[in-house]
Ligand binder design. Structure first.
Ligand code: NDP
Ligand code: OXD
Length: 309
């Protein structure tokens, strides 16, 4: 068996070591143009040339949860694409989102400003019931985030394509449920995959439906959000601010207004990092199953390339 690794923004050696330890019988190599044909690909945002050359693949393993970058490419037809499911990401996402919600709700930035001025000031307490959190996307990550928020007793609304009942979460689904979901939420968390249906989903008309003083947390993809609409709604006072981990262009260009916009907190696409050991362990199980002849339909994390996630 030959495994080709193609992940241009990561030092390959630790991945090669891990994959070789998991598959001692296999040839595991970094892809370079003209490399021998492999049976399986382990990739993150590879160039089109990779798939143009690798014409004998039996499985494509994405080292990430989101497959938007991969599905932009011409992939070999009929070859299963498998993504990471959780692999240590959901707990990171839960802590990131809870931190952002609580930092906003408990006004920690205002307290930091008082402290910087040597001021001992208490602000009036806020009611949790005034801060319903709406989570868009109730998949592996969204569900974990909902559960974590519910532990802090925030009212939680969830929105997904198909109905997905979750204990302690008020569920909304599909296009027909979207406006009611937005109107019921004050803090909006995006954990959707990026697809043609979800691109620009956070724009002026949708964000304007949030309760006044709304707050946006985008931890999915930059293209879910229309940047200038967010800035305009913060400037108008309809939104109180945003915590953003993902951007249309990454790294965020130095002249982008988000760097200096009051109310916006930025992090560099770090809310849920891919953890190498967990990821290799998860991939190894699936790759072995596929190689051993398990039916493709039984592979967990298989991407539906028509739905786009
Ligand atoms: P899943 O595929 O498990 O879940 C996707 C969810 O989105 C499902 O509930 C699905 O609904 C819902 N959904 C998809 N399309 C629509 C739509 N048109 N309308 C309403 N709901 C929709 O994904 P994960 O939870 O694993 O990951 C979510 C995203 O998080 C990834 O795609 C990636 O972009 C992002 N991510 C970001 C990271 C970061 O570091 N910032 C790290 C990891 C992931 P249904 O259940 O009905 O199918
Ligand atoms: C992912 C990511 O999709 O890190 O896994 O963004």
């Amino acid at each position: 068996m030959r495994i080709s690794f193609c992940c241009l923004d990561t030092p390959p050696q630790p991945w090669l070591d891990g994959l070789r330890a998991a598959f001692p019988e296999a040839m595991v190599e970094v892809w370079t143009p003209g490399a021998p044909l492999a049976d399986y690909a382990v990739v993150w945002a590879p160039p089109q040339a990779f798939f143009d050359e690798q014409t004998r693949l039996k499985g494509i393993f994405n080292i990430g949860a989101g497959v938007d970058a991969l599905l932009k490419l011409r992939l070999p037809p009929g070859v299963p694409v498998v993504r990471l499911e959780d692999a240590g990401m959901s707990v990171q996402m839960a802590e990131y989102v809870c931190h952002a919600v609580i930092r906003h709700f408990r006004e920690f930035d205002a307290y930091a400003a008082y402290v910087a001025q040597g001021q001992w000031t208490q602000r009036p307490p806020r009611l949790r019931s005034d801060f319903p959190v709406g989570v868009m996307g109730l998949g592996v990550l969204g569900e974990r985030v909902c559960r974590a928020l519910a532990q802090f007793e925030f009212p939680v609304n969830g929105w997904s394509r198909s109905p997905r009942p979750l204990a302690g979460v008020q569920g909304f689904s599909g296009a027909t449920g979207f406006n009611d979901f937005l109107a019921a939420s004050r803090v909006l968390v995006c954990l959707l995959p990026l697809t043609p249906e979800t691109e620009n989903i956070m724009r002026r008309e949708t964000l304007a439906r949030l309760r006044p003083g709304g707050y946006v947390i985008n931890v999915a993809r930059g293209r879910h959000l229309v940047d200038e609409d967010l800035v305009a709604l913060i400037d108008s006072g309809h939104l109180a601010g945003a915590t953003l981990d993902v951007f249309r262009t990454e790294p965020l260009p130095p002249t982008h207004p988000f760097w200096t916009q009051p109310g916006i907190t930025l992090t560099p696409h770090t809310s849920a990092r891919t953890l190498r050991e967990e990821s290799i362990a998860q991939m190894a199980g699936k790759l072995r199953a596929l190689h051993g002849g398990a039916p493709i339909a039984s592979l967990a994390g298989r991407v539906d390339t028509h739905k786009g996630y």
